[in-house]
Design a protein around this ligand. Sequence first.
Ligand SMILES: NC(=O)c1ccc[n+]([C@@H]2O[C@H](COP(=O)([O-])OP(=O)(O)OC[C@H]3O[C@@H](n4cnc5c(N)ncnc54)[C@H](O)[C@@H]3O)[C@@H](O)[C@H]2O)c1
Length: 288
Amino acid sequence: MTKPIIQTLTVVGVGLIGGSFSCALKAAGVVERVVGVDLDADNLALALRLGVVDEAAPSLADGVGGAQVVFIAVPVGSVAAVVAQAAPFLPPGCIVTDGGSVKGEVVRLCDPLMPEGVHFVGGHPIAGTEHSGAAAAFAELYRGRRCILTPTATTDAAALELVRCLWQAAGSRVECMEAACHDRIFAAVSHLPHMVAYALVHAVAGSAEGEENILAFSAGGFRDFTRIASSDPTMWRDIALMNRGALLEMLDRYCTEFTALRKRVASGDGPWLEEFFHTSKRLRDGIA
Ligand SMILES: NC(=O)c1ccc[n+]([C@@H]2O[C@H](COP(=O)([O-])OP(=O)(O)OC[C@H]3O[C@@H](n4cnc5c(N)ncnc54)[C@H](O)[C@@H]3O)[C@@H](O)[C@H]2O)c1
């Protein structure tokens, strides 16, 4: 049996990401006890019933008091507020880490909130589904998937190493990068596509005035493309706001391409359209 590397992990936000981290580490046998904290009492009770956590803490203060590691998996706009609220109760030597999809703002806000002897390590598992809550959690979510850690020049090396070991035990391939670089990359490959999917659903639904439910006619293409528009609205509101700079750059780039496409559709420029689609297909086919 694998030797436990931590006794108590506290997960704040026992949803898909926090719950799956707990399940994965319990399955790997690297944590003895997981304490859950969640604003939603029903979700926390469900997490306990499903065995996603071993204990449900009545408050954040109670939940973090005995933790070696605190994993924060709430919407990114709330991470710093949770850390600030937990800070007075964090025991010396404790490591705080998160799973938020935006890193620059989160690390900038959380690092200075750490009490003496407590360390913060920013993280983002590149895994997920469009489902939310403890019921969506499963131990295999992170298997074979990347996890990005975003240490700064002042991040404690031992804390970084422990967080790396935990993600590896959960099945992830861990990579470190600067928070700003992370935010630029994920604005492009994750945040922009979600914005496009949300807008596409609006555009199509809004075109249906006077018609029967047009969305009911949607086939594979629309459904595949817009699956991610079923993702949690609060989570995506926070991501859009917290990664605003990098996201705006990508939205502008997208508008430029889209405007060019519109112009060539309007002018009936078949060769241009075919070349444009060829290039997209080649790039898309090249993704492993
Ligand atoms: N879903 C994904 O695909 C995905 C992937 C990678 C990272 N993330 C990040 O992980 C984090 C959590 O996402 P999720 O998909 O697990 O969401 P989720 O909705 O499944 O879980 C979030 C949980 O946090 C709880 N919560 C919210 N505010 C809280 C607070 N202030 N204190 C305590 N609990 C609180 C909610 O009740 C909920 O149970 C987000 O920061 C998100 O950006 C999500």
